[in-house]
Design a protein around this ligand. Structure first.
Ligand code: NDP
Length: 491
């Protein structure tokens, strides 16, 4: 019997452990015995402490919070989570895209902004970024794009050449590249950036009418960014600046908040826009589709266990609730498949049953066995293990059917670059920047182009030129200035 008041240490099977300091050996000098099951269990567990890290968005920081809806948008959606007065618990995970799990936080990169709302109608996941657009508009390009952000197969180093080669060959990336290289490409911490659902989604109201919608989450802490030089200094001191800032502010009781807004477009309006409203490389201009404030969320609780909660939390754009649905956005359609697939691989078949992912409402499905099936079948009756059945098992509920979506067109591989204006919105953003913002944009691009062959730089300058001649001129001047500086430093 343990003499202290602490609980008795056990093996994972619950057997008491008498000695956690000394292995079981034949004599003081050994050898060790295989019957030291405690030793074997400890070593075996350590070998299994890692799971595959996410291929993208591996480095992350998260917390729990509450979404509160303050305005009435029932004319657009019947989703209970979005009705005026609704309060819904949530978890959020922010992340960088390219860096591995041990990467430094203060790196220039797009930030993931993934939210899971535990609603009474099941989990609604909004898996966005801190940018309203993305580098590509066709999911077929995603694995290639990510290759260019990750390590070169031979050098095992990140490659500026690969990044700019791909971007310059994919003009649809220009809008997102402009955001990435601007101040918003390097926020000081998760509290100081906006979140965007990015894709176009759909709202369905009680009458079965559909509208298209974009989601925005505006930081109430204000935008704060680092320059490249500041970030280098920070990384020299700590690689975990985001974790420290987010965890710390919540521990101190300074809960960060974001205002939730939606932009709504009718199906008829979607036929008339000069741009494709389902194209992930485009925004809906605020002047045409004004953001409507509908509520806010606050982050107010840290996880107790980083791995169990923040690493194992699994977001998927396939998790919808009645009243919120997908759109034709090709990238969204691709992600609807690939996120859930990634989690089945990374966490296992029953990842949705892990406590952090489990819905807070009743769950009745007929999926059966598989690795780590640790939960009870909840079909209502042990004899109801298939469907349809005569034993009171869960049944479909036709009242949740979405209105039919009219689809038309010949199945073909349509050239997504043909007839698409990749330059106007990137130019609009550039023209929003003041002179200092423009100068930082130019020098960030010049730094990121270090070592890139001239023909690729020239090709990319051609894209900047089409967005705005002053954009190309500024980048060119920054490249020349940087070259002179490096020459002077080498002399
Ligand atoms: P508006 O002038 O009506 O909107 C400008 C929006 O641009 C602002 O509301 C703000 O978005 C965002 N913005 C302002 N400064 C910066 C900055 N330094 N870096 C990044 N974004 C900034 O014009 P439009 O709606 O026509 O948009 C013009 C350009 O603004 C777009 O081409 C796009 O690049 C960018 N933008 C547009 C958004 C949209 O949904 N329409 C959203 C974000 C950026 P926010 O309020 O979200 O901070």
């Amino acid at each position: 019997m343990s003499k202290s008041k602490c609980p008795v240490m056990t093996t994972s099977a619950g057997n008491p452990v008498a000695d956690n300091q000394n292995s079981l050996t034949a004599g003081a000098r050994g050898p060790a015995l295989m019957q030291d099951v405690h030793l074997i269990e400890k070593l075996a567990h350590q070998n299994r402490e890692r799971i595959p890290e996410r291929v993208v968005h591996a480095k992350g920081w998260g917390a729990y919070g509450t979404l509160k809806i303050t305005e009435d948008i029932s004319k657009y959606t019947k989703a209970k989570v979005l009705q005026k007065g609704a309060e819904t618990p949530m978890i959020i995970r922010f992340s960088t895209v390219a860096g591995e799990q041990g990467a430094a936080d203060a790196e220039r990169d797009v930030r993931g902004f993934a939210m899971k709302f535990y609603t009474e109608e099941g989990n609604w996941d909004l898996v966005g970024n801190n940018t309203p657009v993305f580098f590509i508009r066709d999911p077929l390009k995603f694995p290639d794009f990510i290759r260019t952000q990750k390590r070169h197969p031979k050098t095992n180093l990140r490659s500026n050449t690969a990044m700019w080669d791909f971007w310059s060959l994919s003009p649809e990336s220009l809008h997102q590249v402009t955001i990435l290289m601007s101040d918003r490409g390097l926020p000081q911490a998760p509290m100081y950036m906006n979140g965007y659902g990015s894709h176009t989604y759909s709202f369905i109201n009680e009458q079965g009418e559909r509208h298209w919608v974009k989601f925005h989450f505006k930081t109430q802490q204000g935008h704060k960014f680092h320059t490249n030089a500041e970030a280098n200094e920070i990384i020299g001191n700590t690689r975990e600046s985001y974790q420290e800032a987010l965890f710390g502010t919540i521990e101190e009781g300074n809960y960060p908040k974001w205002t939730m807004q939606v932009q709504v477009m009718s199906e008829a309006e979607a036929e008339k826009t000069s741009y494709d409203p389902f194209d992930l490389t485009k925004v809906w201009p605020h002047g045409e589709f004004p953001p409507i404030t509908i509520g806010e969320f606050e982050l107010n609780r840290n996880a107790e266990n980083y791995f169990a909660e923040i690493e194992q939390v699994a977001f998927s754009p396939s998790n919808f609730v009645p009243g919120i649905g997908p759109s034709p956005d090709k990238m969204l359609q691709g992600r609807i498949f690939s996120y859930a697939d990634a989690h089945r691989y990374r966490l296992g078949t029953h990842y949705e049953a892990l406590p952090v992912n489990a819905p807070k409402c009743p769950v009745h499905h007929y999926h059966k066995d598989g690795a780590m099936r640790f939960f009870e079948p909840k079909t209502g009756n042990v004899d109801a293990y298939y469907e349809p059945n005569s034993f009171g098992g869960a049944e479909q509920a036709p009242e949740y059917a979405e209105p039919a979506l009219a689809l038309s067109g010949d199945a073909d591989r349509y050239n997504h670059r043909e007839g698409n204006d990749d330059y106007t919105q990137a130019g609009d953003l550039f023209r929003l920047f003041d002179d200092e913002q423009k100068q930082r944009l130019f020098s960030n691009i010049a730094a990121a182009m270090c070592g890139v062959p001239d023909f690729i730089v020239e090709r990319q300058l051609g894209h900047f030129e089409k967005a705005d001649p002053a954009y190309a001129e500024g980048v060119k001047a920054a490249i020349d200035a940087r070259a002179k500086e490096m020459l002077a430093a080498a002399e």
